[in-house]
Design a protein around this ligand. Structure first.
Ligand code: PLP
Length: 391
C-alpha cells in the first residue's frame, strides 16, 4: 500500500524533546544509570488539595460532557486570576479552557492564521510553535537571537520582520527553552510595535509564576486598551501547579477570537476532561503555598548549575531568570548540538535536548526540574565529556 500522507502532516518535524525523553526513559528501564536533563515538567507532585478536588468530582459522578470551552466555574476562576494578578478584565466568555497550554496555542493559531499569513517567532523558540503555524497553512518567520542579548528580540528586529502579511507575533516570557525573561519595559516596546502595525500577539505566559532573582513580568495585554485588544494570552496549569499530565490550559482573548476558538474546539476535542477541570478550580482558588517552596528549590539548583556549567571548558552559559531551563552555549566544543547530545547520551548517559530542536544549533537545553543529586552527577559527567573532546 502506498499511504499518501497529507502535505500538512508530512511537513512536520517530530517533537525532539519527546524523542530524547523517551530514549532516556527506555535506557533507564533497561537498567542503565541515565541522568535526565530533558524533562519539560516539574519533578514535584501536584499539590494534594488539587488531587482531592478531582477525586471528589470523580466520586460525585462528575463524568459527563461539559461545555466545550470549560465549566463556568473554572472560566470564572481564570477570569478572577487575571483580574487579581494581572489587572486584566476578562468576561468568562473570553476564556477558553483547553486540553493543555499546547492545545490552547494550537487553537489560537488555527483560529487566527491561514494561507498567506506570516507568524513571527523569535528563536530559540518552543519547538511546537513553527509546526503549529505550518499546520494552519501559514508561514513561520523566525527572528534569530543569541546569548549576547539574553535571547531577547529587540524592537528593531521585530520591526524589520513585520510585513503586510504578518498576522501574529509569538511572545513567550519566561521562555522555554532559554529561561529568559523580558522586563516590563521590553515587553511594552514589543507590544507597541504590534499595536502600531496591527499585528496580533500570542503571549504564552505559562511560566509567569516561575521567576528568580527578583525578576518581574507584566503581561503585554496590560499596557493599554489597544495592547489588550491585540493580545491573546495562553496559560495553563502544567508548570506552576505541576499538572502536566492533567492536560489543562486556557487562553484569554478578545471576544470574537474567543468565539472562533470555541468553535474550533467544539469540533475537535470538545471539552477538556470534566473532573480534571474541578481540580483546576481548586488549583486557582486554593492555597498557593507550594509555590515559594518550589521556587526556592528551583533557584538553588539553577544557581548551582549556572556556576558549574561556566566552570566547564568549552561551555558558557548566561543565567536565566525564569522557567526551569538553562541554555548553555556549546559552540567552543566544536560540536553542533545534535552530535553533542547524541554522544553525551551514548558516552556519559546524560540526556539533554539539542538546541537545534529550538532553532539554535550552538546550544543545548538543560532542565533543572530534577533532584540536586542528579544535577551534580549529570554536570560532573558533562564536564568529563567536554574534557574528553579532542579539538
Ligand atoms: C509546557 C509549555 C506549555 C504548555 O504545556 P501543556 O502541558 O500543554 O499545558 C506551553 N508553552 C510552553 C512554552 C511550555 O513550555
Amino acid at each position: 500500500m502506498n499511504y499518501r500522507i497529507s502535505q500538512r502532516a508530512a511537513s512536520l518535524s517530530p517533537s525532539l524533546t519527546l524523542v530524547i525523553d523517551s530514549k532516556a526513559k527506555q535506557m533507564k528501564a533497561e537498567g542503565q544509570d541515565v541522568v535526565g536533563f530533558g524533562a519539560g515538567e516539574p519533578d514535584f507532585d501536584t499539590p494534594q488539595h488539587i488531587k482531592d478536588a478531582c477525586a471528589k468530582a470523580l466520586a460525585d459522578g462528575f463524568t459527563k460532557y461539559t461545555p466545550a470551552a470549560g465549566i463556568p466555574e473554572l472560566r470564572q476562576a481564570i477570569a478572577d486570576k487575571h483580574q487579581r494578578e494581572n489587572g486584566l478584565t476578562y468576561k468568562p466568555s473570553q476564556i477558553i479552557v483547553s486540553c493543555g497550554g499546547k492545545h490552547s496555542c494550537y487553537n489560537v493559531i488555527l483560529a487566527t492564521c491561514q494561507e498567506g499569513d506570516e507568524v513571527i517567532i523569535p528563536a530559540p523558540y518552543w519547538l511546537s510553535y513553527p509546526e503549529m503555524v505550518k499546520l494552519a497553512g501559514a508561514k513561520p518567520v523566525i527572528i534569530e537571537t543569541s546569548d549576547k542579548t539574553e535571547f531577547k528580540v529587540t524592537p528593531a528586529q521585530l520591526h524589520a520582520a513585520i510585513t503586510p502579511r504578518t498576522r501574529l507575533f509569538v511572545l513567550n516570557s519566561p521562555s522555554n527553552p532559554t529561561g529568559s525573561v523580558y522586563t516590563p519595559e521590553e515587553t511594552k516596546a514589543l507590544g507597541d510595535i504590534c499595536v502600531e502595525k496591527g499585528v496580533l500577539i500570542m503571549s504564552d505566559e505559562i511560566y509567569e509564576h516561575l521567576l528568580y532573582d527578583g525578576a518581574t513580568v507584566k503581561s503585554v495585554a496590560s499596557f493599554s486598551q489597544a495592547h489588550y485588544d491585540h493580545t491573546i494570552i495562553v496559560h495553563g496549569f502544567a508548570k506552576a501547579w505541576s499538572m502536566t499530565g492533567w492536560r489543562l490550559g486556557w487562553c484569554a482573548a478578545p471576544e470574537p477570537i474567543a468565539k472562533a476558538i470555541d468553535a474550533v474546539q467544539s469540533h475537535s476535542t470538545s471539552n477538556p476532561t470534566s473532573f480534571a477541570q474541578k481540580g483546576a478550580v481548586a488549583a486557582l482558588t486554593g492555597p498557593q503555598d507550594h509555590l515559594p517552596k518550589w521556587l526556592a528549590e528551583f533557584s538553588k539548583r539553577r544557581t548551582y548549575a549556572f556556576n558549574k556549567l561556566n566552570s566547564i571548558p568549552g561551555i558558557t552559559c548566561v543565567n536565566a531568570k525564569g522557567a526551569f531551563y538553562l541554555f548553555p552555549n556549546i559552540s567552543q566544543t566544536g560540536l553542533k548540538s545534535a552530535e553533542f547530545c547524541a554522544r553525551l547520551l551514548e558516552q556519559e548517559k546524560v540526556a539533554a535536548v539539542p538546541g537545534i530542536a529550538f532553532g539554535a544549533d550552538d546550544y543545548i537545553r538543560l532542565s533543572y526540574a530534577t533532584g540536586m543529586a542528579n544535577i551534580e552527577k549529570g554536570l560532573a559527567r558533562i564536564e568529563n565529556f567536554c574534557k574528553g573532546l579532542k579539538k
